[in-house]
Design a protein around this ligand. Structure first.
Ligand SMILES: Nc1ncnc2c1ncn2[C@@H]1O[C@H](COP(=O)(O)OP(=O)(O)OP(=O)(O)O)[C@@H](O)[C@H]1O
Ligand SMILES: [Mg+2]
Length: 289
């Protein structure tokens, strides 16, 4: 018995809208409880596709492989069930939800998480005497986590991501994570768009949440983030696969020399025109259609 939290085996993924495009072509990855794994890779290599596939985004089809979370095969489960189990995705591009306040959003989310996967009938989210979150408890929790992330309390009354700056959106993703306390957090470029101070605050916020029973998959382009959140393992995703795995030194190496070296070592030909992107068919836009 190991403490493997997330196990990805031979995962193949295509977009539903473009079934001939094989974006992920056999991903194998295992994250143990307590571990932080970083995933780096060129633009368009499939990092967000992997994150979406793990979460159950309906735009992506799993054509082969399996994903076990806490020993359970989750590929047949809805995104809602996966989230209730403790899987969390911080979006690269969070969307606005006009009309829904941050406070109601967070409260609904927390209640759902507490109810769990089987929607425990003894827990009534609207009733604090039956396991629901009381208004007082909720306010204290949100205030505490907002302080941790240095967010102004006025955000609670605003609509989700509406008019938020790029950095504010990323902080709201982290606030959700702090409140949900997921067991497996996938952070898709949570560092992008953050200024240097915000990066440090968000990284501290993530570090403060790390627990021995929790795992993190950290998608990033910048080794800078890894100075703040120390990964146990670093992977390079390119050409639809994990082409290299190592420690922090791998991230430092990529920063120095780009992806050409690891691509070559993995047996891919790299020429001057190759920006490190995958060998996929060009999209309609790229082909000038
Ligand atoms: N729904 C879709 N339909 C068609 N193509 C898609 C779809 N989703 C993703 N792709 C393509 O799959 C490839 C991988 O995209 P993805 O967003 O996963 O890359 P990424 O590694 O996250 O890139 P970045 O570093 O720029 O965020 C891209 O070429 C993208 O255009
Ligand atoms: Mg992406």
């Amino acid at each position: 018995m190991t403490d493997q939290l997330l196990v990805i085996r031979d995962l193949h993924v295509s977009p539903v809208a473009a079934p001939d495009r094989h974006i992920l072509q056999g991903i194998d990855l295992a994250v143990d409880a307590g571990q932080v794994h970083a995933i780096m890779g060129p633009n368009g290599s499939g990092k967000t596709t992997l994150a979406y596939a793990l979460m159950g985004h309906p735009a992506y089809e799993i054509t082969r492989g399996e994903v076990l979370f806490k020993g359970v095969d989750i590929l047949g489960l809805s995104p809602d069930k996966r989230a209730r189990m403790g899987l969390f995705l911080a979006f690269q591009y969070p969307t606005a939800i006009p009309g829904l306040s941050v406070a109601s959003f967070l409260r609904t989310m927390l209640n759902a998480r507490r109810q769990g996967v089987d929607k425990d009938p003894d827990i009534d989210p609207t009733d604090p005497t039956r396991g629901g979150v009381s208004m007082g408890e909720f306010r204290r929790l949100v205030r505490e986590k907002m302080q941790l992330l240095r967010m102004d309390e006025s955000f609670a009354t605003r609509y989700v991501n509406e008019g938020f700056s790029g950095g504010e959106k990323k902080r709201l993703e982290m606030l959700q994570m702090a409140i949900l306390q997921p067991e497996m957090a996938i952070l898709d470029e949570t560092d992008s768009g953050l200024d240097i101070d915000a990066l440090r605050i968000v990284a501290e916020g993530v570090n403060a949440q790390l627990r021995p029973e929790m795992g993190v998959l950290l998608i990033t382009h910048y080794q800078r983030l890894l100075n703040h959140i120390r990964p146990d393992v670093v992977h390079v995703l390119a050409k639809g696969r994990i082409i290299a795995t190592g420690g922090r030194d791998l991230a430092l190496r990529l920063e120095d020399e780009g992806y050409a070296g690891v691509l070559q070592e993995a047996g891919f030909e790299v020429d001057a025109s190759d920006s490190g992107l995958d060998a996929r068919e060009p999209t309609a836009v790229e082909a000038g259609a």
